[in-house]
Design a binder for this molecule. Structure first.
Ligand SMILES: Cc1cc2nc3c(=O)[nH]c(=O)nc-3n(C[C@H](O)[C@H](O)[C@H](O)COP(=O)(O)OP(=O)(O)OC[C@H]3O[C@@H](n4cnc5c(N)ncnc54)[C@H](O)[C@@H]3O)c2cc1C
Length: 417
């Protein structure tokens, strides 16, 4: 009963892409998630909107979508349910859409189950153990895909991982996203352009502890409700529970500091109240695996087209300063995009474990671009497809036929060129 062809750990966008692809390609698939819903960051960390992953080809003016397949399908489902405005979406609809897609594909779900440990024999993972209301539950699989965002399974199985940037292992800051209700949308829109200047003035006066040097306020799909991802807690280790607790406490203070600032300085917020904070403080970066290839910023900037490309991107290299204020960017010129090789999903020396999502094998800088939802979903789709091919062909994840993987992704409308 507890034996599967493919077990995926973590039900964020990467895990959902992986589970749907694995099940649709015929594998007996289980998706394990610690929370009670799918979606990961958008549902648990209140991350919104979808950042763009497309480019306009200068010669033809054609819009080239770089994330297709399961991601595009999910966005279309959200649109057809009236749950999207521009690139902003309603996460409650995302959760139910993903549940329905899993049921249609025949992927089994196991919620409220926290991955605890992986059992490894040589270069293979044999089983994973999760903790839930039933106790400690051991799950056996032929192949595993770590989509925890933090590379929890790869780390536990003893495959090499790194934390943050190499010089000091600091990661991009963590952010507790939250929403505010009772905002006058007309007054707010009129005054929006002033927010950053007023924020900086107040910071200079020493009234604000939050290190952000400017803040952005996003509309939501609901009139009068806005969303902020403007808290910033720095120098905490996102995979150390004591540090995460300190980050949670500090970020919650910042939520109310931000709200007080808006009420006192920005017209439209006078009668507003904090509505909700995310279930979890958002993690942009934590552990990453050392895979068969480590993707670098140089490869991104030179728009490398790898022979084993399984995904493409051109989101900017968007690094929130791990030490305090400021965010650095590298924006890709229109018409330019990079690819991501399959080898970045393969932990060094692994026979049957793949990794997808924000914790693939990339440097601190390269991860700052590949981490958006549109891209991690395609990484998941590639990992799920690869594991299903490995299972059907009785191969290791290192030895699968890459042409077959790319052809299968192309046949499923997943963009890989
Ligand atoms: C503050 C913030 C703002 C961002 N803004 C944007 C934005 O505007 N647009 C955009 O496109 N992207 C944005 N991103 C990036 C993007 O949201 C994430 O990088 C992406 O969603 C990561 O997807 P993932 O599937 O790799 O990981 P996650 O979405 O983190 O999914 C991991 C899943 O695994 C589960 N899990 C973790 N550990 C375990 C375990 N031990 N056992 C069982 N389950 C486990 C988690 O509960 C979660 O569901 C932002 C990120 C943050 C933090």
């Amino acid at each position: 009963m507890n034996k599967y062809d493919i077990i995926i750990i973590g039900g964020g966008f990467a895990g959902c892409g992986a589970a749907l692809a694995a099940a649709r390609n015929g594998a007996k698939t289980l998706l394990v998630e610690r929370l009670n819903c799918l979606g990961g960051a958008p549902c648990a960390m209140a991350v919104n909107p979808f950042m763009r992953n497309w480019t306009k080809m200068p010669e033809t003016g054609e819009i080239k979508q770089l994330s297709k397949g399961i991601f595009e399908e999910t966005v279309n489902d959200l649109r057809s349910m009236g749950a999207m405005r521009s690139n902003i979406f309603n996460p409650e609809y995302l959760k139910i859409i993903l549940n329905h897609k899993m049921a249609e594909a025949g992927a089994e779900l196991l919620f409220n189950s926290f991955f605890v440990t992986a059992e490894r024999e040589g270069s293979r993972v044999k089983s994973v153990t999760v903790a839930n209301k039933s106790g400690l539950v051991r799950l056996e699989g032929d192949y595993f895909i770590d989509c925890t965002g933090d590379a929890d399974a790869a780390f536990s199985a003893g495959f090499p991982t790194r934390l943050g940037r190499p010089s000091d292992h600091l990661c991009q800051p963590m952010t507790l996203c939250f929403s505010i209700a009772g905002v006058d949308p007309v007054k707010f829109d009129e005054q929006y352009y002033k927010i950053v200047d007023i924020w900086r003035e107040e910071k200079k006066k020493g009234y604000i502890k939050n290190p952000m040097d400017g803040i952005m306020v996003f509309h939501t799909v609901f009139p009068g409700i806005v969303q902020l991802n403007a808290t910033r807690v720095i120098k905490y280790n996102p995979v150390d529970c004591r540090d995460i607790t300190k980050a949670d406490i500090e970020a919650r203070e910042q939520v109310f500091e931000l709200h007080n600032f808006l009420v006192n300085h920005i017209p439209g917020f006078e009668n507003s109240k904090v509505l909700s904070t995310a279930v979890q403080t958002g993690v942009r970066e934590s552990r990453m695996i050392d895979g068969e290839h480590i993707l670098t910023a140089d490869e991104l900037i030179t728009c490398t087209k790898f022979e084993d490309a399984i995904a493409a991107g051109n989101y900017d290299i968007d690094i929130h300063n791990p030490e305090g204020s400021g965010t650095s960017h590298y924006f890709f010129p229109e018409g330019q995009y990079y690819t991501i090789p399959y080898r970045c999903l393969v932990p060094k020396g692994s026979d049957n474990l793949l990794v997808a999502g924000r914790c693939i094998s990339a440097t601190h800088e390269a991860q700052a671009s590949i981490r958006i939802m549109a891209i991690v979903c395609t990484l998941g789709e590639a990992a799920g497809t690869a594991a299903a091919i490995a299972s059907a062909d009785n191969k290791t994840v290192r030895d699968i036929d890459i042409n077959k993987l790319r052809a299968t992704l192309a046949a499923n409308n997943a963009c890989i060129d």
